[in-house]
Design a protein around this ligand. Structure first.
Ligand code: AMP
Length: 484
């Protein structure tokens, strides 16, 4: 990618129009983005303006760029002050996969600039991380546990931090990190800009937000149905013992390009993956008990298409960012409805449509009711060929199947490889659209690892950052630090 190519101009580059430096606009273009997502449209100008932001958005909405781009912009425009030799921007992420992914985004968007970043997380040797941190990267992406360890035992200081991002705050809560997060915030400078992103806003997160944000701007974007092609959701009522064979049949569908299967437990993930392997379907389990190396190998295989199926627990799934994840399958239904929203949000990412299928046993029916209540959506009831739907869930007439984008095949043929009539495989009726999971509101102002285990500092590619706008149109910005 040549960053020396022509500078973007007003009216021709929507990222430039948001106020970003030409060097960043070119990097974004190099990443293949042409149009900002709703969270980017709403968030970038606010962050550039130095505001604290409370963003209700989840992975898949483009939120990483929504904070990474304006942070890079700020770091490029405002050189370090005299004696400021520590980390300037801190991003807290709940899982190592997510942390590594955020670090990659900073490297991609900051390519060709002087801005450095580093990622730290647990499960790998701490000493190389502690040594690399002495070189004071501009941006530090960290999981809370390891960060606290480095602060408490290796003398890492955060006095120079100007911008903090708390990403996936609700996951932090689920994973029991909130206490660590509070301890970290207690050590941050009072004058700072703070951004908090969360897919859901439970009361604890609202309370945390009140204590760490200063007069925040609130942004809410639809976490799932904001794309042109919605997610199709369906449910099979099935005996627990039948789940494994149904899953295998579903995964044999030709249209299953890449599927993420969710189980409630780590043990369950292992068991499901092993049985799939035995059934001739290459699958890998990803969960917290797996070593970092094993996770990374599994993810690399998944990305390259070598493995079509990953079986994961909710916690492990957070950092999985694989484009064109065609299917999400809930082997177990989650007992917390918000978790369903998180899971389903894994498919249909960044403009692509997706399919979410749930396997619901009798005991899980109350969970299904809660999910449908929360999302305001009735999942499409599916039938196994030759087996009637249970009485309580009457079959609905089958409407003509609409055409799908991802090679879905129109007409009355099998949708996305969910079996053919009479072949003993599951049948997928017309897709249902997920709507109403979250309000697609944009509340305007007031109204509304690195693969090496995080031990080195990443630099942008050797290229001079121009750092200047060509049209001089950028309004003067105040210094970002603010008193709270
Ligand atoms: P995130 O929500 O940050 O995890 O982003 C989800 C996916 O969307 C990532 O694969 C990004 O590379 C991609 N993405 C982010 N912004 C855009 C954009 N403006 N246009 C297209 N894809 C994007």
């Amino acid at each position: 990618m040549s960053l020396q190519s022509t500078s973007p101009t007003q009216g021709t580059d929507p990222f430039f129009d948001l106020g970003l430096l030409p060097a960043l606009c070119r990097a974004v273009k190099g990443a293949g983005y042409t149009i900002p997502t709703p969270i980017q449209l709403a968030g970038i100008p606010l962050v550039l303006d130095g505001r604290d932001v409370l963003g209700c958005a989840q992975t898949g909405s483009g939120k990483t760029a929504a904070f990474a781009l304006p942070i890079l912009d700020y770091l490029l425009r405002e050189p370090r002050e005299r004696g400021q030799d520590g980390v300037r921007a801190l991003i807290l992420a709940p899982t190592r996969e997510l942390a590594a992914q955020i670090g990659d985004c900073f490297s991609t968007y900051g390519a060709g600039t002087s801005i450095t970043n580093m990622v730290v997380f647990g499960g790998v040797n701490k000493n190389p991380q502690a040594r690399a941190l002495r070189r004071a990267p501009d941006v530090l992406v960290a999981c809370p546990g390891r960060l606290l360890d480095l602060m408490q035992n290796d003398g890492l200081r955060l006095d120079d931090v100007e911008i903090v991002v708390l990403d996936e705050a609700d996951r932090m809560l689920d994973m029991g990190f909130i206490h660590d997060v509070r301890k970290i915030f207690a050590k941050l400078p009072e004058e700072r800009q703070t951004l908090l992103f969360s897919a859901t806003m439970p009361k604890e997160i609202e309370r945390l937000a009140q204590s760490i944000l200063f007069e925040p701007e609130r942004i809410a974007v639809d976490p799932i149905a904001s794309t042109a092609e919605p997610i199709h959701q369906s449910v099979y009522f099935v005996d627990s013992k039948q789940k494994q064979s149904l899953l295998a049949n579903l995964l044999r569908g030709e249209e299953v390009e890449r599927a993420l299967v969710f189980t409630r437990t780590k043990h369950g993930a292992n068991r499901v993956a092993e049985k799939l392997e035995r059934a001739g379907i290459p699958a890998q389990a990803i969960h917290g008990n797996k070593s970092q190396g094993a996770r990374e190998r599994a993810m690399a295989g998944f990305r390259s298409g070598e493995i079509r199926v990953v079986v994961a627990t909710d916690l492990a799934s957070r950092g999985i960012d694989v484009k064109e994840l065609s299917h999400v399958i809930n082997f177990d239904l989650p007992n917390i409805s918000e978790t369903y929203v998180h899971r389903v949000g894994r498919t249909g990412r960044a403009g692509a449509s997706g399919i979410a299928i749930s396997l619901c046993s009798d005991e899980e029916r109350p969970y299904l009711r809660d999910i449908e209540k929360l999302t305001g959506t009735r999942l499409q009831r599916m039938i196994l060929d030759g087996q009637p739907l249970p009485e309580a869930e009457p079959s609905r007439p089958r409407p003509p199947r609409p055409q799908h984008g991802r090679g879905g095949g129109g007409g009355r043929g099998p949708a996305r490889g969910h079996g053919r009539p009479g072949d003993g495989r599951p049948r997928h009726d017309a897709p249902r659209t997920l709507t109403g999971v979250a309000q697609a509101t944009h509340a305007g102002p007031r109204d509304g690892a690195p693969q090496n285990g995080g031990s080195h500092v990443n630099h942008g590619a050797p290229h001079a950052a121009t750092g200047e706008r060509t049209d001089g149109a950028r309004p003067a910005r105040r210094r970002r630090r603010r008193r709270r």
